[in-house]
Design a protein around this ligand. Structure first.
Ligand code: ATP
Length: 319
């Protein structure tokens, strides 16, 4: 393969820039031309495609977000938009693509594969919701952002002796809540993978208070069925303790990527380029047990996530 494209799609994630850098510099070192596609599949349809060189990716490894911008594209899901995307790939002579994004973006890559375009999928999402990889690019940074917020909330929560419900992102995956809750010493972690047992949450808050605890931090993943408002109301009614809600929102998506995210992004980015250079068919690249791995793209997306039972049990024991 001599000419490839790279795009970022779906929600942005810290470390996407490090992945773009690895793809661009890796491709050039393998003697390939590399084209940056702006705004994900939407930009592909619009032909927002420019050649990149070594200096296009200078000074970005430490930056959050994505220099290529990102978008969600309805048009790509329609026949006409999809055909236009294929036309653009042909117009620019792109022989393969690197798609950096979450589940939806990689599914888009599968559609391109069926139309004859080899696609390397890199897991770029803070949610950590892709079954084929232990970790996704951006997850570690997001967990660290939540951790730092928890320690600030803990200070004010103790001063006022109140319960705080901290709502974190993750869509239908509880990993951000679980990892940040475990590392941050939260009293209770509520994740979509497990039904909420409100009586045991209340009991934990009250027994904690009885042994002198001055605050309780409850981490609630956004995918949990009971809303934060509902939860706070029930906790206040059933414990008699003032309960506040903090929704962390988009701060979890920003910030300079951690070393772990930069490492992962650099490694998977370079693997993608090597595979394209060898004219490989479409693959999803990730990490398993500290090794960089790649699987057939469609098979990777068919894998099912299992709840992290040992981690969930540990969080319960230690809280
Ligand atoms: P995040 O996990 O951060 O939200 P994502 O990649 O899952 O990222 P989506 O909005 O689901 O984000 O997908 C991004 C784009 O990928 C969509 O706007 C659409 O163009 C394309 N896409 C999503 N789902 C599919 C699908 N099932 N088949 C083909 N293309 C898809």
């Amino acid at each position: 393969m001599k000419r490839i494209g790279v795009l970022t799609s779906g929600g942005d994630a810290p470390g996407m820039n490090a992945a773009i850098r690895a793809v661009v510099r890796g491709a050039i070192s393998e003697g390939m031309e590399v084209y940056g596609i702006q705004r994900g599949y939407e930009g592909l349809i619009n032909g927002e495609i420019n050649q990149m060189d070594v200096s296009s990716v200078a000074d970005i490894i430490q930056r959050g977000g994505t220099i290529l911008r990102t978008a969600r594209s309805e048009r790509f899901l329609q026949q006409e938009g999809f055909k236009r995307a294929l036309d653009m790939i042909e117009n620019f002579g792109l022989e393969g693509l690197v798609v950096i994004g979450g589940d939806g973006s990689l599914r888009g890559g599968c559609d391109l594969t069926k139309a004859g375009v080899p696609v390397m999928g890199l897991p770029g999402t803070i949610d950590n919701d892709l079954a084929y990889t232990d970790f996704t690019i951006g997850f570690d940074t997001s967990v660290n952002t939540v951790l730092s917020a928890i320690s600030n909330i803990r200070d004010t929560s103790s001063s006022h002796e109140r319960t705080t419900v901290v709502e974190v992102m993750g869509r239908n995956c509880g990993d951000i809540a679980l990892y940040a809750g475990l590392a941050g010493g939260a009293e209770t972690i509520l994740i979509p993978e497990i039904d909420v047992d409100i009586s045991s949450v209340c009991k934990k808050i009250i027994t904690g208070k009885n042994r002198g605890k001055v605050h309780s931090i409850i981490i609630r993943a956004e995918g949990v069925k009971m809303s934060s408002q509902e939860l706070a109301q029930v906790l206040e009614d059933r414990t008699g303790l003032e309960t506040k809600i903090v929704v962390l929102g988009y701060i979890q998506r920003g910030g300079s990527p951690t070393a772990r995210d930069r490492m992962l992004a650099s490694q998977v980015g370079y693997r993608a380029v090597k595979l394209l250079h060898e004219d490989s068919s479409s693959r999803a690249i990730g990490i398993s047990g500290n090794q960089i791995v790649d699987y057939d793209l469609q098979e990777a997306l068919n894998m099912k996530r299992l709840p992290e039972t040992s981690m969930i049990r540990l969080a319960e024991i230690l809280s």
